[in-house]
Design a protein around this ligand. Structure first.
Ligand SMILES: Cc1cc2nc3c(=O)[nH]c(=O)nc-3n(C[C@H](O)[C@H](O)[C@H](O)COP(=O)(O)O)c2cc1C
Length: 164
């Protein structure tokens, strides 16, 4: 039986690996102080994977020009402590806290921190990202992260990893 990465697929993955504590998920937007190079992203990714694993934090970081989106999830204390470090990192400026809330499921298990520059992914996908990013940035309220957002962000992260 083939298994598509759909909303149901994501839910199934989550049910299989339910945590014994509530998951806290935080999503923010930021912009780089100067454009990130591949070396900058490699540096963030290599350091984050180990540090996040140690904290039982998972997440993804999508970089597209001036539009940076990061999602981190885990125990609330661990997520807030990590965010406090990221917030004062002089390589970027946080422009919006999109949402910070408890959830029953971890959606990014096994993603210690996937860091992707998505400029080379198919145009329609990064246009979707730009649209969602700009709507979140302009929204007066917190935005709920939906399964559709997860699907897009995961697809962007995976496609961003493929060689041209
Ligand atoms: C956009 C962005 C995302 C980051 N994401 C993480 C992350 O997920 N995990 C992490 O440990 N550090 C991340 N960092 C690096 C932290 O800001 C910080 O440099 C790191 O936690 C090291 O802090 P320490 O030396 O005080 O332990 C990120 C930095 C930037 C600019």
């Amino acid at each position: 039986m083939s298994f598509e990465i759909t909303g149901r697929g994501l839910l199934w993955e989550a049910i299989q690996q339910k945590e014994d504590y509530p998951i806290f998920r935080l999503t923010y937007l930021s912009k780089p102080v100067k454009p990130f190079t591949d070396a900058d992203l490699d540096d963030i990714e290599s350091k984050s994977v180990e540090a996040n694993n140690a904290r039982d934090v998972t997440g993804l970081l999508i970089v597209h020009g001036d539009r940076i989106l990061q999602m981190i999830e885990g125990r609330e204390k661990a997520v807030r402590e990590l965010y406090a470090k990221i917030e004062v990192d002089s390589r970027h400026t946080i422009t919006k806290m999109v949402s910070a809330a408890e959830d029953e499921e971890r959606f990014l298990m096994n993603w210690s921190m996937v860091v992707r520059d998505i400029t080379r992914v198919p145009t329609d996908l990064f246009e979707q990202y730009e649209k969602i990013f700009d709507a979140m940035q302009q929204s007066e309220k917190h935005t709920d992260i939906t399964i559709d957002h997860f699907e897009l962000f995961k697809a962007l992260s995976l496609l961003g990893a493929l060689p041209l």
